[in-house]
Design a protein around this ligand. Structure first.
Ligand code: NAD
Length: 494
Protein backbone atom coordinates (compact mmCIF):
# COMPACT_ATOMS: atom_id res chain seq x y z
CA UNK A 1 0.00 0.00 0.00
CA UNK A 2 1.20 3.54 -0.82
CA UNK A 3 2.46 5.64 2.09
CA UNK A 4 0.03 8.31 3.24
CA UNK A 5 1.06 11.74 1.86
CA UNK A 6 2.23 14.28 4.40
CA UNK A 7 1.73 18.00 3.74
CA UNK A 8 3.67 20.78 5.47
CA UNK A 9 3.11 24.49 5.91
CA UNK A 10 4.67 26.90 3.41
CA UNK A 11 6.19 29.85 5.25
CA UNK A 12 8.83 32.31 4.06
CA UNK A 13 9.59 30.27 0.95
CA UNK A 14 10.08 26.96 2.77
CA UNK A 15 8.02 23.91 3.56
CA UNK A 16 8.09 23.24 7.28
CA UNK A 17 6.32 21.37 10.06
CA UNK A 18 4.27 23.25 12.64
CA UNK A 19 6.54 24.49 15.42
CA UNK A 20 4.93 22.13 17.96
CA UNK A 21 4.80 19.31 15.40
CA UNK A 22 0.97 19.21 15.40
CA UNK A 23 -0.70 17.39 12.50
CA UNK A 24 -4.24 16.46 11.56
CA UNK A 25 -5.73 13.89 9.22
CA UNK A 26 -7.71 14.76 6.15
CA UNK A 27 -10.43 12.42 4.85
CA UNK A 28 -11.54 11.32 1.41
CA UNK A 29 -15.31 11.99 1.22
CA UNK A 30 -15.80 9.20 -1.33
CA UNK A 31 -14.67 6.60 1.22
CA UNK A 32 -14.74 8.39 4.57
CA UNK A 33 -11.13 7.22 5.09
CA UNK A 34 -8.00 9.17 6.02
CA UNK A 35 -5.86 9.71 2.93
CA UNK A 36 -3.29 12.34 3.98
CA UNK A 37 -1.88 14.05 6.99
CA UNK A 38 -1.38 17.80 7.24
CA UNK A 39 0.46 20.21 9.57
CA UNK A 40 -1.76 22.13 11.97
CA UNK A 41 -0.54 25.70 12.32
CA UNK A 42 -0.65 27.12 15.84
CA UNK A 43 0.01 30.59 17.17
CA UNK A 44 3.79 30.46 16.62
CA UNK A 45 3.32 29.41 12.98
CA UNK A 46 0.71 32.09 12.26
CA UNK A 47 3.02 34.70 13.79
CA UNK A 48 5.92 33.46 11.70
CA UNK A 49 3.86 33.55 8.49
CA UNK A 50 2.62 37.09 9.15
CA UNK A 51 6.15 38.23 10.05
CA UNK A 52 7.48 36.75 6.80
CA UNK A 53 4.73 38.49 4.82
CA UNK A 54 5.40 41.81 6.56
CA UNK A 55 9.13 41.54 5.93
CA UNK A 56 8.55 40.71 2.25
CA UNK A 57 6.19 43.67 1.95
CA UNK A 58 8.69 46.32 3.03
CA UNK A 59 12.23 44.87 3.01
CA UNK A 60 12.60 42.11 0.46
CA UNK A 61 12.96 42.05 -3.35
CA UNK A 62 9.17 42.16 -3.76
CA UNK A 63 9.06 45.70 -2.37
CA UNK A 64 11.60 46.84 -4.98
CA UNK A 65 9.91 45.19 -7.96
CA UNK A 66 8.11 47.17 -10.61
CA UNK A 67 4.44 46.45 -11.20
CA UNK A 68 5.37 44.96 -14.58
CA UNK A 69 7.74 42.50 -12.89
CA UNK A 70 4.97 41.51 -10.45
CA UNK A 71 2.72 40.92 -13.44
CA UNK A 72 5.33 38.66 -15.05
CA UNK A 73 5.46 36.49 -11.92
CA UNK A 74 1.68 36.20 -11.97
CA UNK A 75 1.75 35.20 -15.65
CA UNK A 76 4.23 32.46 -14.73
CA UNK A 77 1.97 31.28 -11.92
CA UNK A 78 -0.99 31.28 -14.33
CA UNK A 79 0.86 29.00 -16.75
CA UNK A 80 1.97 26.65 -13.96
CA UNK A 81 -1.54 26.35 -12.52
CA UNK A 82 -3.04 25.64 -15.94
CA UNK A 83 -0.29 23.13 -16.79
CA UNK A 84 -0.88 21.30 -13.50
CA UNK A 85 -4.69 21.48 -13.65
CA UNK A 86 -5.15 17.73 -13.88
CA UNK A 87 -2.89 16.90 -10.93
CA UNK A 88 -4.16 19.75 -8.74
CA UNK A 89 -7.74 18.97 -9.72
CA UNK A 90 -7.40 15.31 -8.79
CA UNK A 91 -5.96 16.17 -5.37
CA UNK A 92 -8.84 18.56 -4.77
CA UNK A 93 -11.23 15.79 -5.79
CA UNK A 94 -9.70 13.26 -3.39
CA UNK A 95 -9.72 15.78 -0.54
CA UNK A 96 -13.11 17.47 -1.10
CA UNK A 97 -15.17 14.96 -3.10
CA UNK A 98 -15.80 17.47 -5.85
CA UNK A 99 -15.91 15.89 -9.33
CA UNK A 100 -12.55 15.59 -11.08
CA UNK A 101 -14.31 16.75 -14.24
CA UNK A 102 -15.09 20.03 -12.44
CA UNK A 103 -11.89 20.46 -10.43
CA UNK A 104 -9.70 19.87 -13.47
CA UNK A 105 -11.68 22.25 -15.70
CA UNK A 106 -12.01 24.87 -12.99
CA UNK A 107 -8.29 24.78 -12.19
CA UNK A 108 -7.39 25.10 -15.87
CA UNK A 109 -9.68 28.14 -16.11
CA UNK A 110 -8.21 29.60 -12.92
CA UNK A 111 -5.07 30.29 -14.97
CA UNK A 112 -7.11 33.00 -16.73
CA UNK A 113 -7.88 34.70 -13.40
CA UNK A 114 -4.17 35.05 -12.69
CA UNK A 115 -3.59 36.25 -16.26
CA UNK A 116 -6.31 38.85 -15.94
CA UNK A 117 -4.75 40.31 -12.79
CA UNK A 118 -1.20 39.87 -14.14
CA UNK A 119 -2.22 42.18 -16.98
CA UNK A 120 -3.70 44.69 -14.57
CA UNK A 121 -0.63 44.90 -12.32
CA UNK A 122 0.89 47.85 -14.21
CA UNK A 123 -2.42 49.58 -14.87
CA UNK A 124 -3.10 50.60 -11.29
CA UNK A 125 -2.93 54.35 -11.40
CA UNK A 126 -3.38 57.37 -9.21
CA UNK A 127 -4.55 60.79 -10.37
CA UNK A 128 -3.45 64.40 -10.45
CA UNK A 129 -6.05 66.51 -8.69
CA UNK A 130 -7.36 69.91 -9.85
CA UNK A 131 -6.75 71.21 -6.35
CA UNK A 132 -8.48 74.38 -5.13
CA UNK A 133 -5.28 76.05 -3.88
CA UNK A 134 -2.70 78.05 -5.82
CA UNK A 135 0.93 76.88 -5.98
CA UNK A 136 0.04 73.37 -4.98
CA UNK A 137 0.46 70.12 -6.91
CA UNK A 138 -1.50 67.21 -5.46
CA UNK A 139 -1.49 63.68 -6.75
CA UNK A 140 -2.72 60.33 -5.47
CA UNK A 141 -1.00 56.96 -5.48
CA UNK A 142 -2.62 53.59 -5.04
CA UNK A 143 -0.40 51.56 -2.74
CA UNK A 144 -0.75 47.97 -1.53
CA UNK A 145 -2.74 47.77 1.72
CA UNK A 146 -0.28 45.43 3.41
CA UNK A 147 -0.40 41.85 4.64
CA UNK A 148 -3.53 40.12 3.37
CA UNK A 149 -5.09 37.22 5.28
CA UNK A 150 -6.95 35.17 2.69
CA UNK A 151 -9.27 32.61 4.32
CA UNK A 152 -10.91 30.11 1.99
CA UNK A 153 -13.44 27.28 2.37
CA UNK A 154 -13.10 23.76 0.97
CA UNK A 155 -15.26 24.10 -2.11
CA UNK A 156 -13.75 25.60 -5.28
CA UNK A 157 -10.49 26.34 -3.48
CA UNK A 158 -8.34 27.06 -6.53
CA UNK A 159 -10.95 29.47 -7.85
CA UNK A 160 -11.56 31.21 -4.52
CA UNK A 161 -7.81 31.51 -3.96
CA UNK A 162 -7.24 33.03 -7.40
CA UNK A 163 -9.93 35.68 -6.87
CA UNK A 164 -8.03 36.85 -3.78
CA UNK A 165 -4.40 36.16 -4.63
CA UNK A 166 -4.59 37.57 -8.17
CA UNK A 167 -5.62 41.14 -7.26
CA UNK A 168 -3.71 41.10 -3.95
CA UNK A 169 -0.38 40.28 -5.61
CA UNK A 170 -0.98 42.41 -8.70
CA UNK A 171 -1.42 45.38 -6.36
CA UNK A 172 1.82 44.54 -4.50
CA UNK A 173 0.46 43.11 -1.24
CA UNK A 174 1.84 40.01 0.45
CA UNK A 175 -0.42 37.17 1.55
CA UNK A 176 -0.97 34.55 4.21
CA UNK A 177 -3.41 32.06 2.79
CA UNK A 178 -5.33 29.86 5.20
CA UNK A 179 -6.79 26.70 3.73
CA UNK A 180 -9.88 24.97 5.10
CA UNK A 181 -9.33 22.17 7.59
CA UNK A 182 -11.90 20.12 5.64
CA UNK A 183 -9.78 19.87 2.46
CA UNK A 184 -6.36 21.43 3.09
CA UNK A 185 -4.08 19.42 0.79
CA UNK A 186 -4.72 21.18 -2.56
CA UNK A 187 -3.58 24.53 -1.17
CA UNK A 188 -0.24 23.06 -0.10
CA UNK A 189 0.17 21.49 -3.55
CA UNK A 190 -0.58 24.93 -4.96
CA UNK A 191 2.15 26.36 -2.71
CA UNK A 192 4.69 24.27 -4.66
CA UNK A 193 3.69 26.13 -7.83
CA UNK A 194 4.00 29.50 -6.09
CA UNK A 195 7.51 28.43 -5.13
CA UNK A 196 8.30 27.26 -8.66
CA UNK A 197 6.99 30.50 -10.17
CA UNK A 198 9.75 32.33 -8.30
CA UNK A 199 7.88 34.64 -5.94
CA UNK A 200 10.35 35.92 -3.35
CA UNK A 201 10.13 34.24 0.09
CA UNK A 202 7.32 35.54 2.29
CA UNK A 203 5.23 37.02 -0.54
CA UNK A 204 2.82 34.08 -0.40
CA UNK A 205 2.60 31.87 2.68
CA UNK A 206 0.17 28.96 2.91
CA UNK A 207 -0.93 27.63 6.28
CA UNK A 208 -3.35 24.89 7.24
CA UNK A 209 -5.13 24.53 10.54
CA UNK A 210 -8.45 24.89 12.27
CA UNK A 211 -10.59 28.01 12.33
CA UNK A 212 -9.91 28.10 16.04
CA UNK A 213 -7.13 28.95 16.83
CA UNK A 214 -5.36 29.36 13.46
CA UNK A 215 -8.02 31.42 11.59
CA UNK A 216 -8.82 33.56 14.62
CA UNK A 217 -5.18 34.41 15.37
CA UNK A 218 -4.51 35.20 11.72
CA UNK A 219 -7.50 37.47 11.14
CA UNK A 220 -7.04 39.38 14.41
CA UNK A 221 -3.26 39.70 14.01
CA UNK A 222 -2.09 43.31 14.50
CA UNK A 223 0.08 43.19 11.35
CA UNK A 224 -2.73 42.01 9.07
CA UNK A 225 -4.24 44.93 7.16
CA UNK A 226 -6.71 43.21 4.84
CA UNK A 227 -8.88 40.12 5.31
CA UNK A 228 -10.46 38.42 2.32
CA UNK A 229 -12.89 35.76 3.48
CA UNK A 230 -15.07 33.20 1.76
CA UNK A 231 -17.15 30.93 3.93
CA UNK A 232 -20.30 30.72 5.98
CA UNK A 233 -22.14 33.66 7.60
CA UNK A 234 -21.53 32.50 11.19
CA UNK A 235 -17.76 32.36 10.61
CA UNK A 236 -18.00 35.77 8.92
CA UNK A 237 -19.48 37.25 12.10
CA UNK A 238 -16.48 35.96 14.06
CA UNK A 239 -14.10 37.36 11.44
CA UNK A 240 -15.71 40.80 11.71
CA UNK A 241 -15.26 40.58 15.50
CA UNK A 242 -11.64 39.48 15.04
CA UNK A 243 -10.91 42.50 12.87
CA UNK A 244 -12.10 44.81 15.65
CA UNK A 245 -8.56 44.19 16.95
CA UNK A 246 -6.61 45.26 13.87
CA UNK A 247 -9.20 47.30 11.91
CA UNK A 248 -8.28 45.33 8.81
CA UNK A 249 -10.23 46.09 5.65
CA UNK A 250 -12.57 43.14 5.14
CA UNK A 251 -14.34 41.57 2.18
CA UNK A 252 -16.87 38.80 2.78
CA UNK A 253 -18.09 36.30 0.19
CA UNK A 254 -20.71 34.31 2.04
CA UNK A 255 -23.51 31.91 1.46
CA UNK A 256 -26.73 32.22 -0.43
CA UNK A 257 -30.24 30.96 -0.98
CA UNK A 258 -30.46 32.06 -4.55
CA UNK A 259 -33.78 32.09 -6.42
CA UNK A 260 -34.37 30.76 -9.91
CA UNK A 261 -37.53 32.21 -11.49
CA UNK A 262 -39.07 30.26 -14.36
CA UNK A 263 -41.75 32.21 -16.23
CA UNK A 264 -44.47 30.58 -18.30
CA UNK A 265 -42.88 31.77 -21.56
CA UNK A 266 -39.46 30.24 -20.74
CA UNK A 267 -37.74 27.70 -22.94
CA UNK A 268 -38.43 24.63 -20.81
CA UNK A 269 -35.30 22.69 -21.81
CA UNK A 270 -33.10 25.69 -20.97
CA UNK A 271 -34.86 26.28 -17.66
CA UNK A 272 -34.56 22.63 -16.65
CA UNK A 273 -30.85 22.68 -17.48
CA UNK A 274 -30.44 25.86 -15.42
CA UNK A 275 -32.20 24.29 -12.45
CA UNK A 276 -30.12 21.11 -12.72
CA UNK A 277 -26.85 23.06 -13.08
CA UNK A 278 -27.80 25.40 -10.25
CA UNK A 279 -28.61 22.61 -7.82
CA UNK A 280 -26.81 19.41 -8.72
CA UNK A 281 -23.64 20.80 -10.31
CA UNK A 282 -20.81 20.49 -7.72
CA UNK A 283 -23.26 18.28 -5.76
CA UNK A 284 -25.09 21.50 -4.87
CA UNK A 285 -22.10 22.58 -2.76
CA UNK A 286 -21.96 25.94 -4.41
CA UNK A 287 -22.49 29.33 -2.81
CA UNK A 288 -24.60 30.34 -5.82
CA UNK A 289 -26.78 27.21 -5.75
CA UNK A 290 -30.21 28.21 -7.09
CA UNK A 291 -31.95 26.25 -4.38
CA UNK A 292 -35.22 28.21 -4.25
CA UNK A 293 -36.90 27.45 -7.56
CA UNK A 294 -40.02 29.54 -8.28
CA UNK A 295 -42.02 28.28 -11.24
CA UNK A 296 -45.03 29.98 -12.81
CA UNK A 297 -48.19 27.98 -12.02
CA UNK A 298 -48.96 27.42 -15.71
CA UNK A 299 -45.73 25.48 -16.27
CA UNK A 300 -45.06 24.28 -12.70
CA UNK A 301 -46.03 20.61 -13.18
CA UNK A 302 -44.38 20.34 -16.58
CA UNK A 303 -41.06 21.85 -15.43
CA UNK A 304 -40.88 19.86 -12.20
CA UNK A 305 -41.67 16.61 -13.99
CA UNK A 306 -38.80 17.28 -16.39
CA UNK A 307 -36.45 18.22 -13.54
CA UNK A 308 -37.25 14.93 -11.76
CA UNK A 309 -36.79 12.93 -14.96
CA UNK A 310 -33.39 14.52 -15.50
CA UNK A 311 -32.41 14.09 -11.84
CA UNK A 312 -33.17 10.37 -12.15
CA UNK A 313 -30.52 10.04 -14.87
CA UNK A 314 -27.74 11.68 -12.81
CA UNK A 315 -24.89 9.25 -12.39
CA UNK A 316 -23.69 9.36 -8.74
CA UNK A 317 -20.40 7.81 -7.73
CA UNK A 318 -16.63 8.07 -7.41
CA UNK A 319 -15.76 11.72 -8.14
CA UNK A 320 -12.48 10.68 -9.78
CA UNK A 321 -14.44 8.78 -12.45
CA UNK A 322 -14.81 11.18 -15.37
CA UNK A 323 -18.17 9.63 -16.35
CA UNK A 324 -19.75 10.47 -12.99
CA UNK A 325 -22.08 13.52 -12.72
CA UNK A 326 -22.37 13.92 -8.96
CA UNK A 327 -19.96 12.98 -6.17
CA UNK A 328 -20.30 12.89 -2.39
CA UNK A 329 -20.75 15.75 0.05
CA UNK A 330 -17.48 17.04 1.43
CA UNK A 331 -18.08 16.25 5.09
CA UNK A 332 -20.08 13.92 7.29
CA UNK A 333 -21.60 16.90 9.13
CA UNK A 334 -22.92 18.19 5.79
CA UNK A 335 -24.62 14.85 5.22
CA UNK A 336 -26.22 15.00 8.66
CA UNK A 337 -27.32 18.63 8.14
CA UNK A 338 -29.02 17.82 4.84
CA UNK A 339 -30.62 14.61 6.04
CA UNK A 340 -32.13 16.44 9.04
CA UNK A 341 -33.29 19.44 6.99
CA UNK A 342 -35.04 17.23 4.42
CA UNK A 343 -36.81 15.27 7.19
CA UNK A 344 -37.85 18.51 8.92
CA UNK A 345 -39.27 19.91 5.68
CA UNK A 346 -41.26 16.73 5.13
CA UNK A 347 -42.66 17.07 8.64
CA UNK A 348 -43.68 20.64 7.72
CA UNK A 349 -45.77 19.27 4.83
CA UNK A 350 -43.32 19.52 1.94
CA UNK A 351 -43.42 16.68 -0.59
CA UNK A 352 -40.29 14.91 -1.79
CA UNK A 353 -40.69 14.42 -5.54
CA UNK A 354 -37.29 12.84 -6.09
CA UNK A 355 -34.40 11.61 -3.93
CA UNK A 356 -34.32 12.62 -0.28
CA UNK A 357 -31.94 9.97 1.01
CA UNK A 358 -28.55 8.35 0.64
CA UNK A 359 -28.28 6.31 -2.58
CA UNK A 360 -28.74 2.61 -1.77
CA UNK A 361 -25.93 1.38 -4.01
CA UNK A 362 -23.23 3.46 -2.25
CA UNK A 363 -22.68 2.21 1.27
CA UNK A 364 -19.40 4.09 1.90
CA UNK A 365 -18.76 7.81 1.67
CA UNK A 366 -21.06 10.80 2.19
CA UNK A 367 -23.38 10.57 -0.79
CA UNK A 368 -26.89 12.02 -1.04
CA UNK A 369 -29.36 11.70 -3.91
CA UNK A 370 -30.30 14.70 -6.07
CA UNK A 371 -33.41 15.83 -4.25
CA UNK A 372 -36.44 17.75 -5.49
CA UNK A 373 -38.90 19.00 -2.87
CA UNK A 374 -42.26 20.63 -3.62
CA UNK A 375 -42.99 23.22 -0.93
CA UNK A 376 -46.24 25.03 -0.24
CA UNK A 377 -44.80 27.96 1.62
CA UNK A 378 -41.56 29.79 2.27
CA UNK A 379 -41.29 28.74 5.94
CA UNK A 380 -40.20 25.23 5.05
CA UNK A 381 -36.70 24.60 6.39
CA UNK A 382 -35.10 23.72 3.04
CA UNK A 383 -36.49 26.98 1.63
CA UNK A 384 -35.04 29.04 4.47
CA UNK A 385 -31.62 27.53 5.13
CA UNK A 386 -28.62 27.21 2.90
CA UNK A 387 -28.38 23.47 2.17
CA UNK A 388 -24.97 23.36 0.51
CA UNK A 389 -25.97 20.05 -1.02
CA UNK A 390 -28.10 18.64 -3.86
CA UNK A 391 -31.49 19.74 -2.52
CA UNK A 392 -33.84 22.06 -4.37
CA UNK A 393 -37.08 23.48 -3.02
CA UNK A 394 -39.73 24.33 -5.61
CA UNK A 395 -42.61 26.78 -5.15
CA UNK A 396 -45.31 28.21 -7.44
CA UNK A 397 -45.93 31.83 -8.35
CA UNK A 398 -48.78 33.38 -10.33
CA UNK A 399 -47.47 36.65 -11.76
CA UNK A 400 -44.31 38.71 -12.18
CA UNK A 401 -44.90 40.85 -9.10
CA UNK A 402 -45.37 37.82 -6.87
CA UNK A 403 -42.33 36.08 -8.37
CA UNK A 404 -40.09 39.05 -7.63
CA UNK A 405 -41.48 39.37 -4.09
CA UNK A 406 -40.82 35.68 -3.41
CA UNK A 407 -37.32 35.88 -4.92
CA UNK A 408 -36.42 38.80 -2.65
CA UNK A 409 -37.93 37.25 0.47
CA UNK A 410 -34.60 36.04 1.89
CA UNK A 411 -31.83 37.39 4.07
CA UNK A 412 -29.31 36.43 1.37
CA UNK A 413 -28.59 38.06 -2.00
CA UNK A 414 -25.77 36.34 -3.88
CA UNK A 415 -27.07 34.95 -7.20
CA UNK A 416 -30.36 34.64 -9.04
CA UNK A 417 -31.67 33.15 -12.27
CA UNK A 418 -34.44 34.38 -14.57
CA UNK A 419 -35.80 32.16 -17.33
CA UNK A 420 -38.05 33.95 -19.84
CA UNK A 421 -38.15 34.62 -23.60
CA UNK A 422 -39.42 38.17 -22.98
CA UNK A 423 -36.44 40.55 -23.05
CA UNK A 424 -38.33 43.42 -21.47
CA UNK A 425 -39.40 41.20 -18.58
CA UNK A 426 -35.83 39.93 -18.18
CA UNK A 427 -34.60 43.52 -17.83
CA UNK A 428 -37.41 44.51 -15.44
CA UNK A 429 -36.92 41.53 -13.18
CA UNK A 430 -33.10 41.76 -13.22
CA UNK A 431 -33.35 45.35 -12.05
CA UNK A 432 -35.60 44.51 -9.12
CA UNK A 433 -33.95 41.35 -7.82
CA UNK A 434 -31.74 42.17 -4.87
CA UNK A 435 -28.69 40.03 -5.58
CA UNK A 436 -25.10 40.66 -6.64
CA UNK A 437 -25.38 38.48 -9.76
CA UNK A 438 -28.37 37.87 -12.06
CA UNK A 439 -28.20 35.20 -14.74
CA UNK A 440 -30.81 35.42 -17.51
CA UNK A 441 -31.51 32.19 -19.40
CA UNK A 442 -28.28 30.76 -18.03
CA UNK A 443 -26.87 29.89 -14.61
CA UNK A 444 -23.53 29.56 -12.75
CA UNK A 445 -21.51 31.26 -15.50
CA UNK A 446 -18.37 32.99 -14.16
CA UNK A 447 -15.44 34.92 -15.58
CA UNK A 448 -12.41 36.81 -14.27
CA UNK A 449 -13.85 39.85 -16.05
CA UNK A 450 -17.18 39.90 -14.16
CA UNK A 451 -17.52 40.97 -10.50
CA UNK A 452 -18.64 38.28 -8.07
CA UNK A 453 -20.21 38.91 -4.68
CA UNK A 454 -23.42 39.41 -2.78
CA UNK A 455 -25.95 41.78 -1.28
CA UNK A 456 -27.44 41.58 2.20
CA UNK A 457 -26.13 38.69 4.33
CA UNK A 458 -24.29 37.21 1.35
CA UNK A 459 -21.49 39.61 2.21
CA UNK A 460 -19.77 42.72 0.92
CA UNK A 461 -16.92 43.54 -1.43
CA UNK A 462 -16.49 42.12 -4.92
CA UNK A 463 -14.06 39.53 -6.21
CA UNK A 464 -12.98 39.34 -9.87
CA UNK A 465 -13.49 42.15 -12.35
CA UNK A 466 -11.73 45.44 -12.75
CA UNK A 467 -12.77 47.05 -9.48
CA UNK A 468 -11.56 44.22 -7.25
CA UNK A 469 -7.98 45.34 -7.67
CA UNK A 470 -8.74 48.70 -6.03
CA UNK A 471 -10.01 46.81 -2.98
CA UNK A 472 -6.42 45.67 -2.46
CA UNK A 473 -4.99 49.19 -2.59
CA UNK A 474 -5.17 52.22 -0.36
CA UNK A 475 -4.95 55.76 -1.60
CA UNK A 476 -2.14 58.08 -0.61
CA UNK A 477 -2.46 61.81 -1.36
CA UNK A 478 0.83 63.67 -1.88
CA UNK A 479 0.85 67.49 -1.53
CA UNK A 480 3.76 69.37 -3.13
CA UNK A 481 4.10 73.12 -2.90
CA UNK A 482 5.16 74.60 -6.24
CA UNK A 483 5.67 78.05 -4.76
CA UNK A 484 9.08 79.64 -5.20
CA UNK A 485 8.82 80.99 -1.67
CA UNK A 486 9.42 78.76 1.36
CA UNK A 487 6.42 77.83 3.44
CA UNK A 488 5.25 80.81 5.45
CA UNK A 489 5.24 80.85 9.24
CA UNK A 490 1.61 79.94 10.11
CA UNK A 491 1.47 82.38 13.01
CA UNK A 492 2.77 85.43 11.12
CA UNK A 493 -0.13 87.39 9.63
CA UNK A 494 0.60 89.05 6.32
P1 NAD B 1 -16.60 28.01 7.03
O1 NAD B 1 -17.13 29.36 7.26
O2 NAD B 1 -16.87 26.95 8.03
O3 NAD B 1 -14.99 28.03 6.86
C1 NAD B 1 -14.35 28.87 5.97
C2 NAD B 1 -12.94 29.15 6.47
O4 NAD B 1 -13.01 29.93 7.65
C3 NAD B 1 -12.13 27.90 6.82
O5 NAD B 1 -10.81 28.06 6.33
C4 NAD B 1 -12.14 27.93 8.34
O6 NAD B 1 -11.04 27.29 8.93
C5 NAD B 1 -12.11 29.41 8.62
N1 NAD B 1 -12.55 29.77 9.97
C6 NAD B 1 -13.42 29.11 10.78
N2 NAD B 1 -13.56 29.77 11.95
C7 NAD B 1 -12.77 30.86 11.89
C8 NAD B 1 -12.50 31.94 12.80
N3 NAD B 1 -13.04 32.03 14.00
N4 NAD B 1 -11.64 32.91 12.39
C9 NAD B 1 -11.08 32.86 11.16
N5 NAD B 1 -11.29 31.86 10.29
C10 NAD B 1 -12.13 30.87 10.63
O7 NAD B 1 -17.15 27.63 5.60
P2 NAD B 1 -17.14 26.20 4.88
O8 NAD B 1 -18.11 25.31 5.57
O9 NAD B 1 -15.74 25.75 4.69
O10 NAD B 1 -17.72 26.64 3.44
C11 NAD B 1 -19.03 26.70 3.15
C12 NAD B 1 -19.56 28.13 3.17
O11 NAD B 1 -18.84 28.98 2.28
C13 NAD B 1 -20.99 28.18 2.68
O12 NAD B 1 -21.81 28.98 3.51
C14 NAD B 1 -20.88 28.80 1.30
O13 NAD B 1 -22.02 29.41 0.83
C15 NAD B 1 -19.73 29.72 1.46
N6 NAD B 1 -19.14 30.03 0.15
C16 NAD B 1 -19.28 31.28 -0.37
C17 NAD B 1 -18.74 31.60 -1.62
C18 NAD B 1 -18.86 32.98 -2.21
O14 NAD B 1 -18.05 33.34 -3.01
N7 NAD B 1 -19.83 33.77 -1.82
C19 NAD B 1 -18.05 30.63 -2.33
C20 NAD B 1 -17.93 29.36 -1.78
C21 NAD B 1 -18.47 29.08 -0.53
Amino acid sequence: MDAKPVYQLYIDGEFCAAEDGAMFDTLNPATGNVWASVSAAGEADVNRAVAAALHALYEGPWAAMTATQRGKLLFRLADLVAANAERLGDIETIDSGKLARETRAQTAYVGDYYRYYAGLADKIQGATLPIDKPDMHVYTMREPIGVVAAVVPWNAQMFLTATKLGPALAAGNTVVLKASEDAPAPMLEFARLVNEAGFPPGVVNVITGYGEPCGRILTSHPDVARVAFTGGPSTARRIVENTAHNFAVVSLELGGKSPILVFDDADVDGAVNGIIAGNFGATGQSCVAGSRVFIHSRVYDQVLERVCQRAATINIGDPLDLKVDMGPLATRRQLIHITEAVAASQAQGAEILHGGKRPGQLDKGWYFEPTVIACNDQNVRTVQEEMFGPVLSALRFDDEEQGIAYANDTRFGLGSGVFTRDVARALRVSKRIRSGIVWVNTYRAISPISPFGGFKQSGYGREAGLDAINDYTRTKAVWVSTSQAPMADPFTMR
